[in-house]
Design a protein around this ligand. Sequence first.
Ligand SMILES: [Zn+2]
Length: 315
Amino acid sequence: MAKFFSIFSICLFVFFCIYFKDDLKTFYDNTFFDPCSTPITYTIGRLDNNFGLSKEEFLGTIKEAEGLWEKAAGKNLFEYSKNGSMSINLIYDERQEGTDILNKIDSSYKTGKSKYNAAKDAYDQYTDDYAILIQQRESLVVNYKQRVAAYEKEVGKWNKKSSVPASVYNQLNTEKESLNNLAQQIRGIESEVNELVNAINQTGQYLNSLANKINSDAETYNEINHSFDEEFEQGVYVSSLKFKEINIYQFDNHQKFVRVLAHEMGHALGIGHLTDQEDIMYSLNIGANSAISKNDLNALKTICSKSIFDRLFNK
Ligand SMILES: [Zn+2]
């Protein structure tokens, strides 16, 4: 009878273990998960090509994020291992695609703006030159007309006479030649004015097309940016019985990339969201600092000071 009971107890225990294996694992994980004494091992899972990052570069950035926590805590909290228990993934979807589009529009906007400024400077220079030339031409034309009238009057006067003294004849010829030169100078200025008018018109058209492009870039940028603001998730930490993973979907620049990785790694350490915008564990990646804040460190210290008893009762 006693034998039957012991066999029955063993069977019951085995059945219990199999039936409640998931709960037991959770219980085990919650109780003995202690990243402060045993580092979380991680590996690189998915790395989408569209980010243009090599595995080494990705790993380098992960190590940067890892270093933020470890430097602050003075502990080894994470460790890369080919068969690490947590995989870190860089997944390209519409979020990063949108960011890439925004970055492209932004750089096209900036290029457009600097082209516009250069063209505007040229345009202003052309209009200044135009005003100077027009003034020059006007005063030359006035002078020319006066001298032509005087010359014609003089010629008319001498035509009525029977003979012209050689000195007067030479003087009139010199004046005629000088007037021809003046006329040529005026024509030269006129052709310069025409060239300037063409340049002013062309630059004006170019400025208009640049202004249109700049405005449409700004509009598109704002439209896309607004649609982003509504719902945004740059990364996520997923923990289930079968696997743990960090998925990163979007970052604007390297600093934001390190911050989002450090944020999700903070979740992996068991830290929840904090309230200060500068905290790595703030719910949005809007802070500018590249270090763990005091609040972040305190949250980590709280995790590290938990005893097995606290963990057991989920304190
Ligand atoms: Zn979070």
